[in-house]
Design a protein around this ligand. Sequence first.
Ligand code: F6P
Length: 294
Amino acid sequence: MKVLVLCSGGDGAGMNRFVYNLFAAFKGEAYFALSGFKGLIDNQIFPLKDVATKEQRDLAGSVIGSSRCPEFKERELFQIALKNARKFDCVVILGGNGSERGAKELFDNGVNTIFVPGTIDNDVNGSSYSIGFSTAVNECVYAVQHTMPSIKTMGDSCLFEVMGRQHPAIAQAVAERVKADLCISTKKELDYEKIKDVVLQKMIKNQSACIIVRENLENIEKIADKVNKLLGMEVVKFQVVGRTQRGGTPTKEELLMADKFSKEVISLIRQKVFGVRVLADQERNIFVDEFECL
Ligand code: F6P
């Protein structure tokens, strides 16, 4: 049983654990495509034994690389990728909702694919969890908790920009964990007067506002500037949490979920069940679903 695994659309902590578990199950028959769909197009395919080591197993990042690969949609390149994918009995794809489309496309063209949510954005339809999310949230919480003491000391307030692309999951989870004064995770919630009021209310009590803002709504510096202008004072600072969200040490929950996802995938491969998505329900139990019509 020749198994190929690839990570697409960006890395997330926990991916290495997943990949290692696949290697432990299929050993010499396990391979990876370097940097996701790109490796499938370029035929950069190698044995997992070369990279899936115990030392790497619980570290962040992805030892098999990852990339965004818009070229995958180009007809000719897709045909090349297809030819390479067909050399395997099964292709396991870790990624977000865009990568799921690629997995389905391969399946519709005769490749035995299995899709697993792997993105910090937690944006896979129908799944409560995707590998990388817990660690990303944890890193943001750490950043807030280690920044607010200084913000408070200086009598300021702070906007924290967190990742998530267009998806509110990270911002909302972080806001809940740190008990933020305001969470701005959608365009509709970006209300400058409201931000100003929240900051003012805190200042009256001699306190500091902690505000979580999802990326890609507006430049965070501009938001801070605008609020400071409305207040007529320079009291709102900003902090971009950035890529530490993807590079943090995997949380216990992360490793547990990576184990759960990989266990199910290994079992599906052994039963020869393909063309499916492996998802998590609200209780974080794993279930298997058909591909969506995307
Ligand atoms: O999709 C994962 C993600 O981390 C998003 O949250 C973010 O918008 C994007 O990747 C950043 O990508 P890059 O590190 O390539 O700029």
